[in-house]
Design a protein around this ligand. Structure first.
Ligand SMILES: NC(=O)c1ccc[n+]([C@@H]2O[C@H](COP(=O)([O-])OP(=O)(O)OC[C@H]3O[C@@H](n4cnc5c(N)ncnc54)[C@H](O)[C@@H]3O)[C@@H](O)[C@H]2O)c1
Ligand SMILES: [Zn+2]
Length: 253
């Protein structure tokens, strides 16, 4: 039984996947990030110095038991970081959830049950349609192609959710630039994230070259190009978008 946040879930799930080539396990997530995202979908694993999630297995828990009451003791910074994945869920498939997030910190804080339930519903719908990431599931990588590279460049000193928040805004700007997203979408997403106390720009101290290099080793890289999941509008994400020249990013951050 993995009782804890995403770190406990990833580690216990990976141990369960490996021990005797796989034993059943139960996820009991106690952070917002783990409830809304990491406990669902069966991805387990650990990071290596060379990059995120380089060792792991698909091994779904038999049961996911989320009790939002456990969030009462979770530090505010962790709650805010978890909200990045909630906003992501809204952009992928639940405009009403995105609107709820746009009401700001006080509004979401007063109704964790609803926020957790809606975010879980989006993820469950996506993973049931495409459990092994042959297509649609890649939508869940929204904000993560840039976000993971930001985390790596920051030596993992930044919270995952904060890096994903920055990643979603940078990727939305990129989506506008390549003509995929409606104009103003990036600013709309940034406004919602700011209202939840999340960062929306690459911190001045981070080396942008290092972030671009980090994206080159991203495991989603295929055929010499980095594939993005990019937002079209709130409620619609396009997967497998190839961006020929990553230097495009330098125009948007
Ligand atoms: N497997 C996946 O699909 C997936 C998806 C997203 C993220 N992740 C991984 O999840 C990890 C991040 O997870 P996280 O944000 O839950 O961080 P975490 O597991 O480190 O938990 C954050 C902190 O909160 C504490 N904590 C947990 N529950 C608490 C509670 N109810 N009250 C008080 N304190 C509590 C923990 O001890 C820890 O200090 C990253 O390693 C990320 O790579 C995995
Ligand atoms: Zn994530």
């Amino acid at each position: 039984v993995a009782l804890g946040g995403g770190v406990v879930g990833d580690l216990a799930g990976f141990a369960a996947a490996s021990y005797k080539r796989g034993v059943p396990w139960v996820a009991a997530p106690t952070t917002l990030l783990a409830m809304a995202d990491s406990s669902l979908g069966g991805k387990t694993g650990i990071d290596l110095r060379q990059g995120k999630n380089l060792v792991g297995a698909f091994h779904a828990p038999r049961l996911v038991l989320s009790d939002p009451n456990t969030l009462d003791t979770l530090p505010e910074e962790e709650l805010r970081a978890g909200l990045a994945e909630v906003v992501k869920a809204g952009i992928i498939g639940d405009p009403a959830l995105f609107n709820k997030c746009s009401e700001g910190w006080a509004a979401v804080q007063s109704d964790w049950d609803e926020v957790v339930r809606r975010a879980m519903a989006v993820k469950i719908q996506v993973i049931e349609a495409d459990p092994f990431e042959h297509g649609r599931r890649a939508a869940l990588n929204l904000g993560h192609t840039v976000g993971h590279a930001v985390e790596l460049a920051a030596n993992f000193a930044m919270k995952h959710g904060q890096a994903v928040a920055i990643g979603m805004v940078v990727e939305a700007h990129l989506a506008e630039r390549v003509g995929l997203a409606e104009k103003g979408l990036a600013e709309e997403i940034a406004g919602v994230l700011r209202g939840l106390g999340l960062p929306t720009e690459v911190p001045a101290g981070l080396d942008k070259r290092a972030i671009l290099e980090g994206m080159q080793v991203d495991k989603k890289r295929a055929g010499g190009k980095v594939r993005f999941a990019l937002p079209v509008r709130v409620g619609e994400v396009r997967v497998g978008v190839e961006v020929e020249h990553l230097s495009e990013l330098e125009e948007v951050w």
